[in-house]
Design a protein around this ligand. Structure first.
Ligand code: ATP
Ligand code: RIB
Length: 306
């Protein structure tokens, strides 16, 4: 099994379930509140780690109580804390998440705090970690300069870079060029390419757009419908597992963590997508983000029985 580096955000998720999402000016009495570790980077690293990957998390925490939420979760899950960065003056961030308990739709405000202040020098300080990794998995939830720097460093070192384009924002051509894989959801794919992902033909067009930018493999997640996958050889829609979703917050994170875990074990892209679909299908049946990620045995059992 090869090593994986996950570079990205950690924030504390403050999650409320509510009978309906409030309109501006409205106060709604929520049904339930939960606080726990979150942030797209952290969720993806936990998903990969619990799925059996040798995954190391790189993020930047403050020196505060919220940082303790990350560190104790990492202790509990026996994750590698050696490469965590710290800010002495910016606090750890938080995400305010509201989930509609009927539709399971969510609204999120994320305040990134310390993980939005990663300097180029701090990225350079993890070069030895990247050098030992076959894959770098990263997102767009840390400061853009750090994302740009870590992707360029990883490419220079011959690491395969997987970019999950969430939360969506403009991506420079230099970032696209040489990516091993890009994993937008359908909304992100539309925003990035200008092509509405409402058919296989249009997904093919979006894949061509990413290929023309120098991306090697394209995966567009389609929620409960599964994923569109395009490699140089083949393009297909792989359906999701049929389950009753309770909370889909972090489904994309579950999928990306599972994908990189399976790839790092030597699985091909199609096998890795199947594993990631199973991991994500289990996670959407559970509440929360990081806490919803299943262990490897649960994923293998689920795949055997479904
Ligand atoms: P989020 O932003 O909520 O984290 P996302 O929009 O990035 O999620 P989705 O495309 O909604 O990601 O979902 C990612 C993957 O999770 C899907 O490709 C699928 O494998 C799985 N998934 C999501 N919703 C469901 C569902 N209702 N049933 C089964 N699998 C699901
Ligand atoms: O993808 C879900 C994550 O996005 C949540 O954990 C929250 O922290 C937000 O950043």
């Amino acid at each position: 099994m090869s090593k994986v580096t996950v570079f990205g955000s950690f924030v504390v998720d403050l999650m409320a379930r509510t009978p309906h999402l409030p309109v501006p000016g409205e106060t709604v009495k929520g049904g339930m509140f939960k606080m726990g570790p979150g942030g797209k980077g952290f969720n993806q690293c936990v998903a990969a780690h619990k799925a059996g990957a040798d995954a190391t998390m790189i993020t930047k925490l403050g020196r505060d109580t919220f940082a303790g939420v990350a560190l104790s979760a990492m202790d509990e899950l026996k994750m590698n804390k050696d490469r965590i960065l710290y800010s002495d003056d910016v606090e750890t961030g938080a995400a305010l998440i509201m989930v509609d308990e009927n539709s399971s739709q969510n609204e999120i405000v994320v305040v990134l705090g310390s993980c939005n202040t990663i300097t180029d020098a701090e990225v350079e300080s993890i070069a030895d970690q990247l050098e030992q990794s076959e894959y770098l998995l990263t997102q767009l939830e840390t400061n853009v300069s750090a994302t740009r720097k870590v992707i360029s460093l990883a490419k220079d070192l011959g690491v395969k870079v997987i970019l999950n384009t969430a939360p969506v924002q403009e991506v420079e051509d230099a970032i696209y060029n040489g990516l091993y894989m890009i994993t937008p959801n359908e909304v992100e794919a539309e925003i990035l390419t200008g092509i509405v992902i409402d058919s296989k033909e249009n997904a093919d067009k979006a894949a061509d757009w990413f290929f023309s930018k120098g991306v090697e493999n394209v995966i567009i997640t389609l929620g409960g419908r599964g994923v569109y996958v395009a490699t140089a050889e083949k393009r297909e829609i792989i359906p999701a597992y049929t389950v009753k979703a309770l909370d889909t917050t972090g489904a994309g994170d579950a999928f990306n963590g599972g994908l990189v875990a399976a790839l790092s074990e030597g699985k091909d892209i199609w096998q890795a997508v199947n594993f990631a679909n199973a991991l994500a299908a289990i996670s959407v049946q559970r509440l929360g983000t990081t806490p919803a990620m299943p262990w490897r045995e649960e994923i293998l059992d689920f795949m055997k029985n479904n």
